[in-house]
Design a protein around this ligand. Structure first.
Ligand code: HEM
Length: 339
């Protein structure tokens, strides 16, 4: 059962992040088969999803809420450019505010409350002690720009894509926990441009098909997909801007500490059509669990071994696993005696 988030954990320095049993049980394990390859793995995000699962609501609020919001504040204080919105995205930002506030207040009425009188809105977020009244659509009545305002209250990174000429352009977002990509770098790029560095998928036609699917999306029909990588230590902010602070962590993995140091990092990506602006939003929600925690489940442990053992070399390289991948496979082999 979901409990009110109260703990404040760190994703840097002393890394006090931990998962409860409940969080591990509901972890979105991303491997349905023993082999992993890129596919157009988009499915409807049909709501409500299974109770207590990460798929139950449009926005999943879990035990790490306060910690992640605190971490976002730290990143924004150091690098305000992690949040940006081009002027033509103003309406899309308000679309996102409406979508998020409606969903959060309906799904978690103990924590979020919204009342409206015409365009006068009253928003209360009791978890963060926020109580604001503002005029919907008028950014001057918010304490900060709309993208930052909503981004500081929703777990996971957010981006808004403008749709023009049958393509999508990353023209707004708040990105403080990326798996090695940068909003400032990708801003203004098209769908295939920002996916440029991904190996193998272009040749398989994955992005072409995905773009066709996304540009045809309808309002109130969100979709989702899972993506994954590995991170050394439970570090949320693995951005290229911060690479000097985390790149060397990869050299700290040893055969003795694989289980506690290496985290599976899964992104639940929920993509949604914005009603007024026709933009698309994406919420990239990151879940991390250590190899030790995941491998307490024998099915997951065996599957992890098989997937990692046969991971194509270009993916090992692209995901930045080269340095410790053989050590990880060796460590995981203890859970797969039938191999
Ligand atoms: C419209 C929303 C989307 C956004 C904003 C987005 C953004 C990104 C970004 C920024 C990257 C990292 C690229 C880099 O290395 O610099 C990425 C990777 C990737 N994206 Fe997307 N993407 C979206 C939708 C999709 C969809 C619908 C698919 C469906 C197949 C997809 C498949 C992938 C794959 C396979 C990777 C490589 C991930 C990895 O191996 O870690 N993306 N995406």
């Amino acid at each position: 059962m979901r409990v009110t988030p109260t703990k404040l954990e760190t994703f840097r320095d002393d890394f006090t992040y931990t998962n409860s049993e409940f969080a591990i049980q509901r972890f979105p394990f991303p491997f349905p088969e023993d082999q992993y390859s890129y596919t157009v793995n988009i499915e409807p995000h049909a709501l409500p999803g299974e109770p207590d699962s990460v798929y139950e609501h449009l926005f999943d609020v879990d035990e790490h809420y306060l910690s992640e919001m605190h971490e976002r504040g730290l990143v924004l204080a150091e690098s305000p450019k992690r949040c940006l919105a081009m002027p033509h995205m103003d309406l899309a930002c308000w679309d996102l505010i409406e979508r998020a506030m409606n969903a959060l207040s309906a799904d978690y009425p103990d924590w979020f409350k919204l009342s409206k009188e015409g365009d006068q809105w009253h928003w209360q977020n009791t978890l963060l002690d926020i109580d604001d009244t503002f005029t919907f659509g008028d950014s001057s009545t918010l304490p900060m720009p709309p993208m930052e305002y909503i981004g500081r209250q929703v777990q996971g990174d957010l981006a808004l894509m403008d749709q023009r000429d049958g393509d999508l352009f990353m023209d707004a977002g708040i990105v403080t926990c990326p798996a090695d990509w940068s909003l400032a770098f990708d801003a203004g790029m098209s769908f295939s441009e920002w996916h440029g560095p991904v190996p193998m998928a272009h040749e398989l036609g994955i992005f072409e098909r995905a773009l066709k699917y996304l540009t045809a999306m309808q309002v109130n029909r969100p979709v989702r997909r899972l993506n994954w990588t590995l991170t050394v230590n439970a570090r949320m902010d693995t951005s290229p801007e911060e690479y000097p602070h985390w790149g060397n962590d990869r050299a700290s993995v040893t055969p003795d500490n694989v289980g506690e140091k290496v985290y599976l990092r899964v992104e639940l990506q929920v993509i949604d059509r914005m009603p007024r602006s026709n933009a698309l939003s994406i919420n990239i929600r990151t879940y991390m669990a250590s190899m030790n925690d995941l491998c307490a489940n024998p099915d997951w442990a065996r599957r992890l071994h098989r997937v990692m053992k046969d991971l194509p070399a270009p993916l090992i390289e692209y995901k930045g696993l080269t340095r410790y991948h053989p050590m990880l496979v060796e460590w995981l082999s203890q859970f797969d005696r039938e191999q």
